[in-house]
Write a protein that binds this ligand. Structure first.
Ligand code: IPD
Ligand code: CA
Length: 260
């Protein structure tokens, strides 16, 4: 694709993420306590997920009718030019009244992540990246941290019911034994963006879906960090383990998490 085609998609991803973020914020502020469902064990769903996804799909369809779209809630197609979207990442936080969630939009061309945009409407933060063009937060360049030692590192360890609890606990134990501080904030997408911005030093999860992580992966790489080969095998359609870190901690975090 021409540079112009990529730039158009980058600008569109940023604008749609902001618009979807505004809608998400309005829906969050007027929601009633307890108005959520569980679509599986510890897997939350709100009406807002569907509403926000519909808006994003409509906007992409209007602007790029030849591209395919896949959304977490409504499904779709993964074509050679594919938009992969998560209307609300951090749905459990949204549902329980914790203002830490975002919209995630990625554009993947021929199996390469080309554009990513994440909006956390509660903090007015727009994280964005394009391949070879750097990563930004509200327009200013992002850079990963310089932390070199696990004993001064902060590592986010994402969790879901898609992998055995014992494996998660074992990973937590290994990372803590190396001396790192750990956290789990409930949005894989923001977890990755925080690595890109140097707010944390690494993010790891034993299984994550593509809609949760593609935009964030591009941000970490464009901000000077490192990620594992998430798209290997069926990563795009079925998910994979994810590991992202600053450059200096790469070897230590691969060893501690066993992902690499
Ligand atoms: C989940 C969040 C969570 C991560 C899970 C995801 P959802 O997405 O990103 O932090 O650990 O793997 O499924 O349910 O909030 O859209
Ligand atoms: Ca998600």
């Amino acid at each position: 694709m021409s540079k112009r085609g990529v730039e158009e998609r980058y600008l569109a991803a940023c604008a749609i993420a902001r618009e979807a973020g505004d809608l998400m914020r309005r829906l969050y502020e007027k929601r009633e306590t307890g108005s959520y469902k569980l679509k599986g064990h510890q897997d939350y769903l709100t009406e807002a997920d569907g509403e926000v996804e519909k808006l994003i799909v409509r906007r992409i369809g209007e602007a790029f009718p030849g591209d395919s779209v896949f959304g977490e809630e409504g499904g779709g197609k993964f074509g050679a030019r594919a938009w992969v979207i998560d209307p609300i990442d951090g749905t459990a936080n949204f549902a329980r009244g914790i203002p830490h969630f975002c919209v995630s939009i990625a554009y993947v061309q021929d199996n390469a992540i080309t554009v990513g945009a994440l909006c956390n409407p509660m903090l007015g933060e727009l994280f964005a990246a394009k391949a070879g063009g750097g990563a930004t937060l509200n327009g200013r360049p992002m850079k990963v941290s310089k932390t070199r030692d696990m004993r001064s590192a902060t590592v986010e360890l994402g969790w879901s019911m898609r992998r055995p609890m014992e494996d998660y606990v074992a990973m937590v134990t290994r990372v803590v034994k190396e001396g790192a501080g750990i956290r789990r904030s409930g949005s894989g997408a923001l977890g990755l963006a925080y690595v890109a911005d140097g707010r944390t030093d690494a993010y790891a999860e034993l299984h994550i879906n593509s809609w949760d992580c593609l935009a964030g992966i591009l941000m970490v790489n464009e901000a000077g960090g490192w990620t594992n080969d998430f798209l290997a095998g069926n990563g795009l359609t079925k998910g994979n383990p994810i590991l992202a870190s600053n450059a200096a901690l790469r070897r230590a975090i691969i060893k501690a998490t066993g992902i690499g």
